[in-house]
Design a binder for this molecule. Structure first.
Ligand SMILES: *Cc1c(COP(=O)(O)O)cnc(C)c1O
Length: 472
């Protein structure tokens, strides 16, 4: 094309011209005139840059510029924290918000958001109450512990326990249990921040009772046992069980704290999910304090639970740190509703999404994959092949890292076999109004359908894909 035919800056539409266009009048109703004007100015700047770079064959009309501005406003109005389809195959995906809450929990949380609630108010006596009162009795009932309290998350639970029981003293931990959970949660760092001196005993693979006994002295504040939830040490190994450790701690008059992490309240083996120690087991084994998360296997909102000896829980509640780590009314409402579901083990698996998804039979997932393969292929266009495949899901959040759950899904594969086309597909799915997050494996984008309970919604979402250009 010759230079004369290209649009020149003189023909650039003005902000006023664009504002008067049909499309701008409509957009102003939706987004407001002031934000629209800002967006139009930005759109004109973009056109100017393209003109200067010689990238435009024709000058866009004021209507076109207004539409471009409206599209930017539309994108900007989407919530950043919006629902996504978790088709990663990891049920408790920390980066995708871990547990999906039960309907009862969602209802309780939204009711608490809309209204005043008796958060710290005793409706019986009309006097001040405790926020833990809403869940304390249930936690005692479900775990067999003497008392219980609740904080922001399990990291906070560990911090509060260490600081309360061990500040200025030593905490004895096996070298095989000095975990990093991810992010900044590393046991030695948490100890330092809690003001506790870390006393490491044993070796990475083997720790014996005599190691603990040799380290105990007048300066010992507690013995800490950490559930190595996200890794396994295998081979020539030895650890001291909680029961034996509890006897050692008791004989020396120091508490045994067990950080369980992904503690479960239900017998997972009964649901065919695998064996993870229950909180009740841990309490029965003689731990004085057990800490665990609310949004891992338990399937509730983000919370940290601390259950155990009443005198120790009372000490935790007196620590001023507790105030800084407490949970708000919304989560407490969701938590109470979640814990109530545990009272009926027969309906728990149907009502609690985490357990429902973990226990979902492979045949059911495969049937879903078979039903979706054709419509998904149609929506993706000719550039991608869709196949029903067997795959393996994970629990996630560090629970039973070695075990996988047989599952099924769709493998989306670019017909040209290029990595570029694969990355483009994954990116287009992530940019949908309701993003679809899968995982890339063996040259395909794998959508594990274990966590898909709304297939219609997935198809509606995929219908928003800009149709892939047909390969030349
Ligand atoms: C997950 C985990 C934590 C941290 O719990 P959050 O609820 O994520 O704060 C601490 N300890 C163990 C053993 C864990 O598995």
């Amino acid at each position: 094309m010759d230079a004369e035919a290209r649009p020149s800056l003189r023909d650039l539409p003005s902000v006023d011209q664009v504002l008067k266009s049909e499309a701008a009048l409509e957009a102003a109703e939706r987004f407001g005139r002031a934000p629209l004007t800002v967006a139009i100015r930005a759109a004109i700047e973009e056109v100017r840059a393209c003109v200067l770079a010689g990238q435009l064959a024709a000058m866009p009309t004021p209507d076109h510029v207004a539409l471009a501005a409206a599209e930017q406003l539309e994108l900007g109005s989407r919530a950043s924290l919006r629902p996504v389809f978790n088709l990663t195959g990891t049920v408790l995906h920390t980066n995708l918000g871990r547990a999906v809450l039960a309907e009862a929990a969602v209802e309780a949380a939204s009711a608490a958001m809309r209204s005043a609630v008796a958060l710290e108010y005793d409706l019986g006596t009309g006097t001040r109450g405790e926020r833990d009162d809403h869940v304390r009795d249930m936690l005692i009932e479900l775990t067999g512990a003497e008392d219980a309290t609740v904080v922001n998350n399990n990291a906070a639970a560990v911090l509060l326990v260490l600081n309360t029981l061990g500040a200025g003293k030593g905490a004895i931990v096996s070298r095989g249990e000095l975990i990093e959970i991810g992010g900044a949660f590393r046991m030695p760092d948490i100890m330092a921040r809690a003001g506790v001196r870390l006393v490491e005993v044993g070796t990475t693979n083997r720790t014996h009772a005599k190691d603990y006994l040799g380290a105990l002295d007048a300066d010992t504040g507690l013995i800490l046992k950490v559930h190595t939830s996200n890794y396994r040490i295998e081979g020539f190994t030895k650890e001291v069980g909680a029961r034996e450790l509890s006897a050692i701690a008791r004989a020396h008059g120091v508490p045994l704290v067990n950080d369980l992490g992904s503690g479960t309240l239900a017998d997972l083996a009964r649901l065919g999910i695998g064996r993870e120690p229950t909180v009740r087991d841990c309490v029965a084994e003689g731990a004085d304090i057990v800490t665990f998360s609310g949004d891992k296997l338990l399937g509730g909102p983000q919370t940290g639970f601390i259950v155990g000896r009443a005198d120790l829980i009372a000490a935790l509640n007196r620590n001023p740190m507790k105030r800084a780590l407490r949970v708000d009314k919304i989560r407490l409402a969701a938590l109470e509703a979640t814990l109530k579901l545990y009272r009926d083990p027969d309906t728990l698996k149907d009502r609690l999404p985490t357990l429902r998804l973990l226990a979902r039979p492979m045949e059911e997932i495969r049937t879903l994959a078979e039903a979706l393969a054709m419509p998904v292929a149609a929506l993706l266009g000719d550039g991608y092949a869709v196949a029903v495949v067997d795959c393996a899901s994970q629990i996630g959040s560090g629970a039973l890292p070695q075990e996988t759950l047989p599952s099924a899904g769709l493998a989306l594969r670019p017909v040209d076999g290029s990595g570029r086309a694969l990355a483009a597909l994954a990116s287009a799915l992530r940019r949908l109004e309701r993003p679809v997050v899968g995982r890339i494996a063996e040259g395909a984008l794998l959508l594990d359908l274990r966590c898909l309970e709304d297939p219609r919604g997935l198809l509606d979402s995929l219908a928003g894909l800009p149709l892939a250009p047909l390969p030349a």
